[in-house]
Design a protein around this ligand. Sequence first.
Ligand code: 1PR
Length: 530
Amino acid sequence: MSVTLLDYGAGNVRSVRNAIRKLGITVQDVQDPEDIFTAEKLIFPGVGSFGSVMDRLQALGYVEPLQRRIRENKHFLGICVAFQALYEGSEESPGVAGLGILPGQVLRFPPGKLAVPQIGWNGIRLHKQSPLFEDYNGEKLYFVHSYHAPVSKNSTEWTLATTDYGVEFVSAVSHKNVAAFQFHPEKSGEAGLKILNQYLTRKDLIEVCGAGVVVDPKKTRMAKRIIACLDVRTNDNGDLVVTKGDQYDVRDAGEVRNLGKPVELARRYYEEGADEVTFLNITGFRDFPMKDQPMLEVLQKTSENVFVPLTIGGGIREFTDSEGKFYSSLDVASAYFRAGADKISIGSDAVYVAEQFISSGVKTGKSSIEQISFVYGAQAVVISVDPQRVYVKSPENTSHALITTKYPGPEGEKYCWYQCTVKGGREGRDLDVVQLVQACEKLGAGEILLNCIDKDGTNSGFDIELINLVKNSVSIPVIASSGAGSARHFCEVFQKTNTDAALAAGIFHRKEVEIAEVKKSVQMSGVEVR
Ligand code: 1PR
């Protein structure tokens, strides 16, 4: 059994490739337009914006063979933007024609209480019985998108599943042997692999339509994500290790703490139910990640066995090596995506970019955030923020975004602002966290990973005041990080803030609390989890 992958070189299709291989099936690539028509089974994982996907398909001469394949009912599976490409067009790229198999336009999620992009695990409501979902038991699946296909009477026959996220939208379509999903089966853990397996192994996918199918009347609910984070660096013996500091100091008696091997730990967290795994190459600001490439290898190996989203940060910036070779930040990010990352995270460089943007007021299109967001989409660009508290006696003492804090400073100060830092917290800048996150959102970032130097490694709970400040300043998702010391701290952060996800490192590495225990407690406190 083999399957043909439509990889037009735009981004990370490694995860789809790895998922297919994991299922024991050989992958071939489309080499020329004719392959699209002759392939036994075709998978098209769309990457990038609607316009960039359609432009690539046009340039490669793939539009007509794809339309012919679908109209002639040959096996086809589209994922994410490839699902959206089945429609006539999208608000994302006005004037660009889609494949036009389905009527209507793909729309942006309306602004409101919910963060856009939708990033995370949501349910689906099946509208017909399909062999694709024969082994499916109602698990949540992984979505990441800012645009959605509205439910329409004109395409009822095709509607296989719908999902709620502020509005009800079409999350899967199928018609005979043609199917497409808004969610990512290759990133949806075991449940997603089973769906993929059905597509790959079933001889025909003719579904049972309409009558007799009872559509679940309950709205689907997005889960709050629990993320495991691995801070990675080379220790003094030259080994790449997972480490963890207290307020960013990772050494004990001069030695870098060694808490395990990155690939093994990532796999353990996937198997224990982490909704996402994040790697932070914490010395990336000084050791250029493309030099000896150990982090690329870590990602490649991890993505062979981990089927939830992977984020990688550290060292994403432009660089000229000792031989004079120039790498743009987009080059560095592209290498990470090709190695298996779904999202990249930018730390120090985001601060410099924001400072420049705030002082000039001009979007140059050349910054790391803008370039990577343009090519890979906003949802792939995370900003990792390393703020620390600066206490002040009175509001007149600063022009920065102040909060009145319940936890006074060393001299009883009632006010504080959060100062952004660079180089792993080593250098403070004259920029506050609100200025940073708002500038980054404007420049095209899709998510904020919000650390806190004061809380990092302390096991004393998340900084609720900081998280509320940031969450109320942006409309993109926020990941709360730093300070988790018990399952109760996760319950607290979801009850007292509207954060979209919570991340921890130390307690998971030291096996003080298991991910399953965290999820159970969070669920018992009334919060939706996967
Ligand atoms: O500046 O783009 O090269 O990125 C460097 C990245 O490395 C940034 O994301 C920065 O946060 C991270 N980093 C740099 N130095 C350190 C350090 O610890 N010395 N780690 C560091 C920051 C933050 C979280 C941490 C949580 C949870 N670590 O990843 O794991 O705070 O910890 P906890 O649950 O144990 O409290 P660039």
